[in-house]
Design a protein around this ligand. Structure first.
Ligand SMILES: Cc1cc2nc3c(=O)[nH]c(=O)nc-3n(C[C@H](O)[C@H](O)[C@H](O)COP(=O)(O)OP(=O)(O)OC[C@H]3O[C@@H](n4cnc5c(N)ncnc54)[C@H](O)[C@@H]3O)c2cc1C
Ligand code: FES
Length: 270
């Protein structure tokens, strides 16, 4: 059930939190990992957050960045409820209980020589490690980052360093162009000239707009989906989403084990 093509297998491990600082409305967490987890960009961890009761289930959080040589793992956590609130307030020195890496990430070979990344809000988290791996292959991406407002932008500094260019947009105009990032892309169609793939993570509306844009231009597009998760390893079917594949018609796939990254053309987003 778990993806055999991943670089490392999933495991349970403890990671020591060494840094916790604000990044806009989110928190940037740095953790030391003893194991060589060798994640694929786009994979995630199921994190035990403690607290018992309503936070009994692990919470899925993307691997925002990974430095294998130093065993340094980066997470970007937006506190939206009790679980992410507990994570965001964890103190340096705490051990975070991790299961992973999980899921199928972005296919680096599918990115081609001129990749375009698009992140919406906290959805930018997995794009940092993706941009790093693409830059290492000599194909730094052009990155589009959007959010409702400036504090909602995540990963801006790292993505600016790792990309060949970054376009920013906020709905209230507090940083970058004014409007949704997909509106800004539509206003500047030349930016997608020659793009070999679009790789994205963010709200469904953003993914739906990208799906249309990519289809119109004949560019392959891949999106990382977010769903409520229970087990995170493909067993409970709690994260199933409808897909439409030419060979099999409508079917349901599990975001945790078959994704979270899917070709947007196959995802039913409406
Ligand atoms: C593959 C994957 C990767 C993710 N990566 C990150 C990340 O890098 N950083 C980050 O901050 N968050 C990420 N998330 C979202 C994060 O898992 C949820 O915000 C978290 O589980 C909410 O738990 P909670 O206890 O804080 O909130 P809860 O009290 O459980 O919920 C608070 C609110 O968030 C909504 N919510 C809960 N879980 C999800 C979910 N999975 N998707 C959408 N809405 C949800 C609830 O409906 C509710 O409105 C990711 C989710 C997935 C599936
Ligand atoms: S969360 Fe259980 S199958 Fe995906």
């Amino acid at each position: 059930m778990l993806d055999p093509s991943r670089e490392g297998g999933p495991e349970v491990f403890g990671a020591r939190l060494v840094h916790n600082a604000p990044e806009g409305r989110a928190r940037r967490l740095l953790l030391v990992v003893e194991e060589d987890i060798a994640p694929v960009p786009g994979q995630f961890l199921q994190l035990g957050v403690g607290g018992g009761g309503e936070t009994y289930l692990r919470r899925p959080i993307s691997i925002a960045d990974w430095d294998g040589a130093r065993g340094l793992l980066e997470l970007l956590v937006l506190p939206v409820g009790k679980g992410t609130g507990l994570l965001a307030s964890a103190q340096p020195g705490s051990i975070i209980d991790c299961l992973g890496p999980l899921g199928r990430g972005f296919d680096l070979d599918a990115a081609g020589p001129i990749p375009v990344l698009v992140g919406g809000g906290i959805g930018a988290a997995p794009l940092v490690y993706l941009a790093r791996r693409l830059a290492e292959r000599g194909c730094p991406p052009l990155t589009f980052l959007g959010a409702s407002d400036h504090p909602g932008l995540a990963g801006e500094k790292s993505l600016t360093a790792l990309s060949r260019g970054v376009v920013l947009a906020t709905e209230d105009g507090s940083r970058g162009a004014t409007g949704m990032i997909t509106e800004v892309m539509l206003r500047n169609p030349g930016e997608l000239e020659g793009a070999t793939a679009i790789m994205a993570c963010g709200p469904r509306g953003m993914l739906a707009a990208l799906k249309g844009m990519a289809r119109e231009r004949g560019i392959p597009a891949y999106g990382s989906l977010e769903e409520h998760m229970a087990c995170g390893v493909g067993a409970c079917l709690g994260c199933a989403v409808p897909m439409s594949r030419p060979e099999s018609g409508k079917s349901y796939l599990r975001v945790c084990a078959d994704g979270p990254v899917f070709p947007l053309e196959e995802v039913i987003l409406a």
